[in-house]
Design a binder for this molecule. Structure first.
Ligand code: HEM
Length: 425
């Protein structure tokens, strides 16, 4: 896309709706996509992006909830546009480099307000990073977690998760960090990551919100017509109900050198949407995503609008998962995952999003949890291995396993904000 001329992009803008056009630009990335995005915003006199103040940001990088909007029920609205920027160290870093990196992040915080109309972001570090700088890693290396996956692993050093309702903000922030834009949102960058980090692979992108999967589906193909117009996620239902999310406190590291931080796991999945929508009907989709009770009692509605802020899977429905497997021959994804709750609270704060990276529909399942072990435990509950052969198959009838393919995994330590620049240096 970098090589594609601006004129051709303008043609493209006419062909696609504005929204699809923005998603395409975020997925493409780079300076040409950024200037096309800014031109489009300017031509429609879109509101200016609010600038920010680093002093107004909280101590925890993952503390986003206080500034997210809410839907009509009170569930938090995740930021619509996302980029995961992988980074590799290109120097043997010292304390001066830490100060430079911190200054680059603070410049972004001055450029954009601390909310979804500005920029929310986290910076996380892999076990490879800690090995490179000669420190003991506070988190384990990623491994395969289920019997039928053979994923690639994130082995770059660091990752910045950029999130905003504004497509131009995620694109511009990415370019500014790496030194290609000197004054994002008219605020001078006091430093950049250039010379300390360079881009790694793979850059990942995505989107979440009512109507976005449908509009994007039209553009890439592989997304069946049955996907409801207003669904926020590719599989056709709402997700991230308030009651099924861990609190930010629950996922905060409670002690040790990174107290106040969190961990991130990213599981990149492709989703077989054709089979999901064309082989199964709405009843079966509800049974496999929520529970057989949700299907027979019609608890969900077309896309989850009947659920308010809670799926109601915790407690009885989660406990009867194996009975459902035997009696119904099908069990729900949410019902299985809820078996991993502790003291009634889920262990994961899910901030996942849809993607069409690689021109196929998928999900970058990004979650925060206090420890990577919390993720592993929940993911194993979701895999439901022990239930196989007891009315459901390893994948068949076993939640959504038949439709998802794990391509990649990565583990990250997200330090508290005051340690986010090259920890352990
Ligand atoms: C294509 C991939 C996925 C889709 C479409 C999906 C969708 C959903 C939906 C619709 C719910 C119920 C609504 C809600 O509570 O938000 C849910 C719950 C949940 N999912 Fe997923 N999910 C996916 C992958 C994963 C993965 C990889 C994990 C990792 C362990 C996971 C963990 C959970 C958890 C912990 C819950 C909440 C369970 C509880 O109530 O305690 N999901 N998911």
């Amino acid at each position: 896309m970098e090589a594609v001329s601006r004129d051709r992009m303008t043609d493209k803008a006419r062909e696609l709706s504005r929204r699809e056009y923005f998603q395409m630009l975020v997925a493409t990335g780079g300076m040409a996509a950024l200037s096309a995005c800014l031109d489009e915003q300017e031509s429609t006199e879109t509101q200016a992006v609010p600038q920010g103040d680093p002093a107004k940001r909280p101590a925890r990088q993952h503390a986003w909830n206080a500034v997210l909007g809410e839907d009509e029920h009170g569930n938090l609205r995740p930021p619509a546009h996302r980029v995961l920027v992988p980074l590799n160290l290109v120097t043997d870093p010292n304390e001066d480099d830490s100060a430079t990196v911190e200054s680059a992040f603070r410049s972004l915080e001055s450029a954009y307000a601390y909310d979804s109309e500005g920029l929310l972001f986290t910076v996380g570090y892999t076990p490879s990073y800690f090995e490179t700088v000669g420190a003991e890693s506070p988190i384990p290396a990623p491994t395969a977690l289920t019997s039928d996956e053979d994923p690639a692993f994130d082995s770059f050093d660091a990752m910045v998760h950029l999130a905003s309702n504004r497509p131009d903000v995620v694109l511009e922030a990415e370019e500014a960090l790496l030194g290609a834009v000197s004054a994002p949102n008219d605020v001078e960058m006091e430093a950049t990551l250039d010379g300390i980090f360079q881009r790694g692979e793979p850059r990942r992108t995505g989107f979440v919100g009512p109507g976005l999967p449908k509009s994007k589906g039209k553009a890439v193909g592989g997304v069946p017509d049955e996907l409801p117009e207003d669904a926020p996620f590719f599989m056709g239902f709402k997700s991230g109900f308030a009651e099924s999310q861990a609190s930010e406190d629950r996922v905060t590291v409670a002690s040790g050198p990174y107290e106040g931080g969190t961990t991130t796991h990213v599981e990149s999945l492709t989703v077989q949407l054709k089979t999901w929508f064309e082989q199964d009907n709405h009843f079966q989709r509800v049974a496999k995503l929520f529970s057989p009770e949700h299907a027979s009692d019609e608890l969900v509605g077309n896309i989850g609008e009947k659920l308010g802020t809670s799926t109601g899977v915790a407690g009885d429905i989660a406990q009867q998962t194996s009975t459902d497997a035997r009696n119904e021959g099908v069990i729900g994804h949410a019902q299985k995952a809820a078996r991993a709750r502790e003291d009634g609270e889920p262990l994961l704060l899910r901030r996942d999003f849809n993607t069409v990276d690689g021109d196929r529909p998928g999900v970058h399942f990004l979650s925060h949890q206090q420890t990577i072990a919390d993720f592993v435990r929940t993911r194993k509950a979701m895999a439901g291995g022990a239930l196989a052969g007891n009315g459901v198959g390893q994948n068949h009838g076993n939640g959504i396993l038949q439709y998802i393919f794990v391509r990649r995994r990565g583990n990250f330590l997200v330090p508290p904000r005051d340690m986010r620049a090259l920890p352990a240096i």
